[in-house]
Design a protein around this ligand. Structure first.
Ligand code: CU
Length: 462
């Protein structure tokens, strides 16, 4: 393999991250430079009477980047633990994907890492820890990431809601004692007892009657699948996982928002709306209010009727041709499952031994990251993976570095995903074209399931 000068620059940048002064010297003049800090946070959810809740966070609420604009993001780790940052849904170089142990070493406490990339796709993404993720996500180490279109979209206002589900203990602090709880890991993952939107309790977001609003929704929870309701609001799905729908789809039921999924919605605030309009989660009992749109005023209506599609991003085309690679991914394990044994770190183990090693799920009979990839493809080849959820649980399957299409009837044909929720017992074929060389994870984003075995990877060769 020959290296171009550009390749060489990437390599040196990756190698120099521990020394910021040297890293500074390697900045390309056209890249926008940003700093991000991973840090402890005190969140005053129960003020003025309660103690603040200790979380971990990025030092900004939302990261906004621009499509096609190169950035160099220096991440500084001021946490007591190592960490790394995954730019979920961005199709960037593998070395920048932020998967500790696979694409980089974790950033030690006090350390820095320089991420350099150019977002190709405009849309709604997010950044989150990809080191000890079940713990770091539960502590709040994530942030919405918006890549702006080159032309502003046809709306009066844009809002973002990052939804989360926290588990607090009786002292109203994060329940860290139950991190790693094997019962959670074998069942539906770690669900919580406090729901937030943008890390706030039932925030009120200002709108005006008559406005068209773009609402970006992210499920940042470890494991809770959320059914989101926007009662009495005319609403269309504009994009899923950062990729616009070719034809916006009217939303008539609640929206299934699984961990790590994002939707961009278009809402028309009725001309006669007043007061507060709830955004709710369906639950077994009464719906739970997550946030409110507070109608403060009235605007002249500028937009009505079915919205135009957002401009499509330039994704590799999925043709009708025969895929170069066709593999199955047999998903097994978990409570009430039929897993009897699995290979873990090269050794075949029975269920009791697996549980001792905190493993209880398997892909193709292997618990956790196998030595060999699920498949090896060349850049440009079409891949088909048949995902078979042979468990009693839903799963939210995420492929790194690529968007894919699935043949599930509940999605319009041609919708792109980087994360796909599958019901218990469900099967689907996903198709995508191998893009950038490197090692790309495929895992469940109900993140305890990943920790307990549901993770594999593909290798893309140049
Ligand atoms: Cu899962």
């Amino acid at each position: 393999m020959t290296l171009s000068r550009r390749d060489f620059l990437w390599l040196t940048a990756a190698g120099l991250v521990a020394a910021p002064t040297l890293a500074n010297g390697s900045i390309k003049p056209d890249a926008r430079r940003l700093n991000l800090v991973l840090q402890p946070e005190q969140r005053h959810w129960f003020a003025p009477l309660g103690e603040p809740v200790a979380l971990w966070s990025f030092d900004r609420d939302v990261l906004r980047l621009r499509q096609g604009e190169a950035v160099e993001i220096e991440v500084e780790n001021r946490l007591p633990n190592p960490s790394s940052v995954h730019w979920h849904g961005l199709r960037i170089d593998n070395a920048m994907d932020g998967v500790s142990g696979l694409t980089q070493d974790p950033i030690p406490p006090g350390g820095r890492f320089l991420y350099r990339f150019t977002p190709q796709d405009a849309g709604t993404f997010w950044a989150h820890s990809h080191h000890q993720t079940y713990e770091q996500l539960a502590r709040g180490l994530y942030m919405p990431l918006i890549v702006e279109e080159q032309q502003p979209a046809d709306v009066d206002r844009e809002l973002t809601l990052a939804l989360d589900d926290w588990r607090l203990n009786e002292a109203r602090q994060l329940d860290t004692h139950s991190l790693g709880d094997m019962h959670d890991w074998a069942h539906g993952g770690r669900t919580g007892n406090l729901l937030t939107a943008n890390r706030q309790l039932k925030p009120q977001l200002q709108v005006r009657a008559g406005e068209r609003v773009r609402l970006r929704l992210l499920n940042a929870a470890n494991a809770r699948i959320m059914l989101v309701n926007l009662p009495n609001l005319p609403c269309w799905i504009w994009a899923k996982d950062g990729q616009p729908l070719a034809v916006p789809e009217v939303l008539t039921t609640s929206l299934i928002l699984a961990p790590a999924e994002r939707y961009d919605l278009v809402l028309d605030i009725p001309d006669e709306a007043t007061g507060v309009l709830p955004i709710q989660l369906e639950s077994d009992q009464a719906p739970v209010d997550l946030a409110y749109l507070r109608v403060d005023d009235r605007a002249e209506r500028r937009f009505s009727g079915v919205p135009n599609a957002l401009p499509a991003n330039h994704l590799p085309v999925i043709g009708a041709e025969k895929p170069a690679h066709r593999v199955q991914l047999d998903m097994t394990g978990g409570a009430m499952g039929s897993l009897r044994q699995a290979v873990y770190q090269g050794e075949t183990l029975g269920v009791r031994e697996l549980v001792q090693r905190k493993q209880i799920w398997a892909f193709n009979g292997v618990a956790n990251l196998p030595d060999q990839p699920l498949l090896e493809a060349r850049s440009g080849e079409l891949i088909e993976i048949e995902l078979l959820n042979n468990t009693r649980w839903p799963h939210s399957m995420h492929l790194h570095g690529h968007h894919f299409q699935a043949d599930l009837a509940r999605y319009a044909k041609g919708i792109w995903h980087d994360t796909l929720v599958m019901a218990a017992g469900e099967g689907t074929r996903i198709r995508f074209r191998a893009d950038k060389p490197g090692s790309w994870l495929l895992h469940c984003h109900m993140i305890e399931h990943q920790a307990a075995g549901m993770v594999s990877w593909i290798r893309v060769l140049a």
